[in-house]
Design a protein around this ligand. Sequence first.
Ligand SMILES: *[C@@H]1O[C@H](CO)[C@@H](O)[C@H](O)[C@H]1NC(C)=O
Length: 287
Amino acid sequence: MYVNAGGWLCFCMVIALAVSVSGKPSTFFEDFKVTWADSHITQLEGGRAIQLLLDQNSGCGFASKSKYLFGRVSMKIKLVPGDSAGTVTAFYLNSDTDSLRDELDFEFLGNRTGQPYTVQTNIYAHGKGDREQRVNLWFDPAADFHTYTILWNHRHIVFYVDEVPIRVYKNNEARNIPYPKFQPMGIFSTLWEADDWATRGGLEKIDWSKAPFKAYYRDFDIEGCAVPGPSNCATDPKNWWEGNAYQALNALEARRYRWVRLNHMIYDYCTDKSRYPVTPPECVFGI
Ligand SMILES: *[C@@H]1O[C@H](CO)[C@@H](O)[C@H](O)[C@H]1NC(C)=O
């Protein structure tokens, strides 16, 4: 069921990993706290990894202790294996402000055994969301840990799966397109049941006889400007995530991004004419 990415991709990922900048992954409780169902989150390996559990009583969730304004957040996640239909694992940044919410979402939609997971991304800027895109992954995300990253700087927001950009949202404020820039965001994650919509639009229901459902996280890595913190941090052009290398996709990333869009994108709000008869402006200028 999973499409093989081909040797070149694996080769390039090894190279990119070897040269990538990386902070020191911290333990879970250094940067995060449990926000939902303590009993369903278990620390492993002295806090360097955790297990999230979903059963008929509850899902669970956690959040960063701080909010951040610009930076890069990544974690390794191993999703619920086997029959995960109806489950959703989410990893997202959220300003947690009601009226003018900014939010950057990764949502992993489970599936029946052997059917591919879907990764949905969405972007809320200044209170407006409805910017869903969906890709099918080119590997089984429940077989092993993979790295999911959100890079957020003044130029663009990039969602990465391992070293592959799957989504880019550019800062097009010059064209009056809203860009998350004014509010710090916290980092959140949850595992919950959403079988009214998640899998094949809600047709596939969760099979509780397969519970408990478990997802694993490790290598929590946040590099960014914590708020509250030094007030000039977020505008400091010397922050590495604002550097030249991070202002646009490099040639290799651009090639991988095209490859994802050609081979793995299964839904894009930008091309959904029934929903958006007029193409949203960020779709016209943004890709
Ligand atoms: C689940 O599998 C079906 C059949 O392969 C596919 O159409 C669907 O996109 C997959 N993902 C979800 C979340 O429904």
